[in-house]
Ligand binder design. Structure first.
Ligand SMILES: Cc1cc2nc3c(=O)[nH]c(=O)nc-3n(C[C@H](O)[C@H](O)[C@H](O)COP(=O)(O)OP(=O)(O)OC[C@H]3O[C@@H](n4cnc5c(N)ncnc54)[C@H](O)[C@@H]3O)c2cc1C
Length: 453
């Protein structure tokens, strides 16, 4: 009689196929490989499988399926809710599948499913080209792209997912498909916004843009000027060209008090003109500190690293605002003053320009009108009272709700935010669920939340 547990059976099978060193059961190597960005995640998968090739990914999907074990996929490990690590499941770990091939003439890169924004930038920047990434270089490009992808070039080139040309995907039955606008177009549509719910994306083909340098940096303003500055921001940004993307929000200043920050990024050819635009934003108040200069994009991707240390404990809430209304600004100011930790903060991703001109039905992404995605980041040290900090994030989200659009950014929605999840895809929800049924009817893949059936 075969008495092997499903976990042991899968581990043995994959060790034989991939090599024993690729299959990590709980133990010292597993403990080294397990941590993700958010130290508050406590999930303990049954095994981690470090894939190198597409055939490895196919083997893991087939083995887990055959033995009835749940799966999850790990890319850059930056999902705050820890969806890369399925408790008791098998992790398809892509963190070594980080190759980036550049076709500079065609302005296309082929990116491994585990590559992070910094990997892609390092490969394309020497060619005078850039890809749409998120704000932070360590975030996985595939995870970011599948759910949306707000970033420093957003007004100019759209979301990261607007720059996806095609993808290779290992489906629930282990088959590899190559999808784009002409091949499996429904799958390609769903991948652009529907998250990792359809298969393991082993590589992306993405558009590159001829941008050799940006002007970027951080401006910190006194907290007392917040209301006036955000008022002025709204008027000024309405006239600004798409070459300018500005992120703004709340951090802690050197004196321990909240401070309003702006992170402008100019990605146009004319740097002198861009500097003039940034000066106008800087002059909205009397900055406490302003460090804005021409820089390579790779440097920009490290600007926030000090704020987002790996392994700290985090919880994120999100609300989309159609406008920075007086009520919304009051709620944000209240939140800044009520922050329970100096490492907590609020980020406003301003979606405008190129991405707003993509018709809603063209991709699964659910919100194409101009908006601010508010990211409320509670952060604390492991020995602190988590509920205090989580309470601040929850209260801030509740305070913003009356001024917010329905839904929220799927990449940041936690599993319990059912009301926001139900609205996150708007008119695209029905088609998204139909594609889920077509490609993963047994629910093998669970990633960022999908609306209920
Ligand atoms: C510090 C920080 C900064 C951020 N900045 C931004 C930002 O500027 N703009 C923005 O839009 N978002 C931002 N995010 C959110 C981020 O886009 C999402 O958390 C994203 O899911 C992270 O992807 P990952 O691969 O790093 O994470 P992981 O935790 O590895 O994966 C996230 C989800 O995607 C799935 N997934 C990952 N790779 C694959 C794959 N190859 N195939 C199938 N499924 C896959 C996973 O299963 C999981 O469900 C930020 C998050 C953090 C923590």
């Amino acid at each position: 009689m075969n008495t092997k547990s499903p976990v042991a059976a899968v581990a043995d099978l994959l060790a034989a196929q991939l090599g024993a060193e690729r299959v990590l059961l709980p133990g010292p190597a597993y403990d080294d490989a397990l941590p993700i960005w958010n130290g508050a995640v406590t999930s303990r998968p049954a095994l981690l499988v470090r894939c190198r090739w597409v055939s490895d990914v196919q083997a893991v999907v087939r083995a887990a399926r055959e033995h009835g074990l749940p799966l999850s996929v790990r890319g850059g490990g930056h999902d705050w809710a820890g969806r890369a690590l399925r408790d008791g499941g098998v992790v398809v770990d892509l963190s070594e599948m980080r190759s980036v091939e550049v076709d500079a003439a065609a302005r296309i890169a082929t990116v491994g499913g585990g590559a992070v924004g910094a990997d892609v930038t390092a490969a394309v920047e020497p060619h005078g080209l850039l890809a749409a990434t998120g704000t932070v270089g360590a975030v996985g490009l595939t995870g970011l792209t599948l759910g949306g992808g707000y970033g420093p070039l957003m007004a100019n080139v759209g979301l990261a997912l607007d720059n996806l040309i095609g993808a290779d995907v290992v489906l629930a039955d282990g088959r590899l498909v190559s999808t784009d606008a002409n091949n499996e177009p429904d799958l390609f549509w769903a991948l652009r916004g529907g998250g990792g719910n359809f298969g393991v994306v082993t590589s992306l083909r993405i558009k590159l843009h001829p941008i050799s340098q940006v002007i970027a940096g951080l401006i910190f303003f006194p907290w007392s000027q917040t209301e006036d500055i955000w008022d002025g921001y709204v008027d000024l940004i309405a006239e600004a060209p798409d070459d300018l993307t500005v992120q703004t929000g709340v951090l802690t200043g050197p004196d321990g008090n909240p401070t309003l920050y702006m992170a402008p990024v100019w990605s146009g050819q004319d740097l002198a003109y861009g500097q003039k635009w940034i000066d106008r934003f800087q002059q909205l108040g009397t900055p406490l500190m302003a460090q804005v200069a021409p820089m390579p994009y790779s440097a920009l991707l490290g600007l926030f690293d000090a704020q987002i240390a790996n392994g700290r404990h985090y919880e994120i809430k999100t609300r989309p605002l159609g406008h920075l209304t007086t009520g919304a600004v009051a709620a944000l100011i209240k939140a800044g003053e009520a922050k329970t930790s100096p490492t907590s903060g609020i980020v406003l991703h301003h979606f405008r320009g190129a991405g707003t001109r993509v018709p809603l039905g063209e991709t699964a992404f659910g919100l194409r009108r101009e908006h601010f995605t508010v990211e409320i980041v509670a952060a604390w040290e492991p020995d602190e009272d988590a509920e205090l900090h989580r309470g601040w994030a929850a209260e801030t989200s509740a305070d913003l709700e009356p001024f917010a659009l329905p839904g929220g950014y799927p990449n940041l929605l936690g599993p319990d935010e059912t009301a926001q999840i139900a609205e996150a895809y708007g008119e695209n929800a029905e088609r998204l669920l139909a594609v889920k049924k077509q490609f993963d009817s047994d629910g093998v893949f669970t990633a960022t939340p999908l609306p209920p059936q």
